[in-house]
Design a protein around this ligand. Structure first.
Ligand SMILES: Nc1nc2c(ncn2[C@@H]2O[C@H](COP(=O)(O)OP(=O)(O)OP(=O)(O)O)[C@@H](O)[C@H]2O)c(=O)[nH]1
Ligand SMILES: [Mg+2]
Length: 535
């Protein structure tokens, strides 16, 4: 009771020194009805005041967005090319850092290569015939939907006489694959032995779906994900890794992931510490390159074997079009002193989980450089819920739709056609009210693969009946996609003034992409200036 009185007398005292508060004080002889009316008015006044506060906050945030920095979000389904586009931004705007990081991609490229070899062996194994060969058995990356209605196994037949010999000679790759995955995921176990050091903050390997996101600065740490081959093709003697469960394996990473793999520190020979000589990993007998180098001739024979090629054709496995394909360059990639080229890094495949942020200082004309933040998100279905929080502060979106994927299905849900998924995703982005004032640039990506596919005779109308009898050539097909995506935006956008910029891209092509990035930069800057005038 006495406490209550004290509080009341405090507020009375405060009110005497504050004329506005004194004015707001209830009259001493206020009736119940007067009190109710006063309370209602006060609540209304508070609501109005909160609304003004919110407007001020929004305006401040808008002004900040328009002036101090540009936030760009890369969106699109998994394997659409978002991370590759980010690499192109790095190559253009921080080439020194990109080059310094090239060596860090060695482990990823090795793993991509080893996994391609394994896919070939899996496709040849007699077990794969016995089990049937439905589309879900192997990563769907290189699998396509048969357009003639027949299952690939119905066509399988060619035997590969040297299969057993290939399998035996390539067995060391089983252990190597396990090691590379371990290296990419758990730094503590092997970094001494391999000269591929890791950031110790990375979390251990986990199956997708059971990941425990690490936190950095309050946000979940980005993770990487390495596609796994379905174990149904394995046998006790098959060179199929026993670290490979049926699901994809996730590897959590942190911002320092690439730094941890770089040439600094342990990637040099211990000798260099004493002599000052720059020596390399090739001196270390435990480095993964030696196993690869030793297996290279057999890998090469396997890939060049006409019976193997025939078998892959029968099974409609087109590894050449899949992510992380290096089988055409085995001698170069497995050379002991191999250093990844820019093109190799752009081709390397690591699935993104979470959101990765990169900052660049971008000069435009006489402008003294504006900070650009580019956010690269995971595109797989279970990753998309992480996108929305980034919508609020975004200035521009680059949406990637891989138009070569019209005959492929999603890895995460093999019932869904990839292009259908892209179209739906595009519609939901284009119609999003939160993004109404955000500039949107559409990359109709993987045009190089589209050309190859159409040239190989794959018909679009077998997968999209709406294409009808139009010619199955690159010009007609690409125009059709442009119109289709354009029409969806036109119908769905809540901002009819918004101009849509569409580019046909192959984001692994550095020269072409550099030109496109320049023009995207100008579009985004222009859009930003326009918004600035509206403030
Ligand atoms: N040939 C060709 N390959 C491409 C193109 N764009 C991307 N790739 C390759 O496709 C694979 C997947 O690209 P990413 O950039 O990792 O895809 P993403 O959209 O980041 O995928 P998530 O991280 O799973 O969301 C990589 O191996 C790229 O090198 C392209 O235009 N042409
Ligand atoms: Mg990615």
């Amino acid at each position: 009771m006495s406490k209550h009185r004290t509080t009341e007398s405090h507020s009375r005292r405060r009110s005497l020194s504050d004329p506005l508060a004194a004015f707001m004080q209830p009259p001493a002889n206020e009736t119940a009805a007067e009190r109710e009316s006063r309370m209602r008015k006060e609540a209304e006044a508070k609501q109005a005041s909160d609304k003004i506060d919110e407007m001020i906050r929004q305006e401040r945030s808008h002004r900040k967005k328009s002036r101090a920095e540009v936030n760009v979000l890369l969106l699109g389904q998994s394997e659409s090319g978002k991370s590759t586009t980010l690499k192109q931004f790095q190559l253009l705007h921080s080439p020194a850092a990109f080059h310094a990081e090239r060596i860090a991609w060695r482990a990823v490229i090795y793993l991509n290569l080893v996994r391609s070899v394994r896919r070939v062996l899996d496709a040849l194994s007699p077990e794969s015939d016995e089990e049937g060969d439905d589309l879900e058995d192997v990563d769907s990356i290189e699998h396509t939907i048969p357009s003639d209605g027949r299952s690939p196994s119905a066509l399988a037949g060619t035997k590969v006489p040297n299969y057993e010999s290939y399998r035996r000679h390539l067995e060391p790759l089983v252990e190597l694959e396990e090691r590379l995955i371990r290296l990419l995921s758990s730094p503590n176990s092997e970094d001494e032995a391999t000269r591929l050091p890791y950031d110790v903050r990375q979390a251990p390997i986990t199956a997708e779906g059971s990941q425990v996101p690490l936190k950095t600065n309050g946000k979940p740490a980005p993770t990487i994900d390495i596609p796994q081959v379905h174990p149904s093709h394995s046998s006790p003697v098959s060179p199929v890794s026993n670290v490979s469960p049926s699901r994809e394996v996730s590897v959590h990473t942190s911002i320092n992931w690439k730094k941890a793999f770089s040439l600094g520190g342990k990637a040099k020979s211990p000798k260099s510490a004493h002599t000052g000589e720059i020596e390399g990993w090739w001196e270390d007998p435990d480095d993964p390159v030696h196993t690869l180098h030793a297996c290279a001739p057999v890998m090469q024979d396997l890939w060049r074997d006409s019976a193997v090629q025939q078998r892959l054709r029968e099974k409609r496995i087109r590894l050449e079009e899949s992510s992380g394909f290096y089988l055409d360059e085995i001698p170069r990639i497995t050379a002991t002193k191999y250093i990844p080229t820019d093109a190799d890094v752009l081709k390397a495949r690591l699935k993104t989980m979470g959101v990765v942020e990169h900052t660049f200082l971008i000069q435009s004309g006489s402008n003294r450089g504006v900070e650009w933040k580019i956010f690269d998100v995971g595109g797989a279905r279970n990753q998309r819920q992480a996108w929305a929080p980034y919508f609020e502060d975004v200035n521009a979106i680059i949406f990637l739709a891989p138009i070569s994927a019209f005959d492929q299905v999603l890895t995460e849900d093999t019932r869904i056609n990839r292009l259908e998924d892209s179209l739906l995703l595009w519609q939901s982005v284009a119609s999003n009210k939160l993004l109404a004032r955000v500039s949107i640039v559409l990359f109709l990506n993987k045009c190089d693969l589209l050309q190859v596919k159409l040239d190989a005779g794959v018909r679009l109308n077998q997968h999209m009946t709406s294409y009808g009898d139009r010619p199955n050539d690159y010009d007609s097909v690409s125009k059709y996609f442009r119109n289709k995506f354009g029409a969806i935006h036109h119908a769905a956008t809540p901002n009819k003034e918004r101009e849509l910029y569409i580019h046909f891209t192959a984001v692994t092509d550095t020269r072409r992409t550099a030109t496109i990035i320049q023009s995207v930069r100008d579009i985004i800057i222009k859009g930003n200036l326009r918004n600035l005038k509206l403030v």
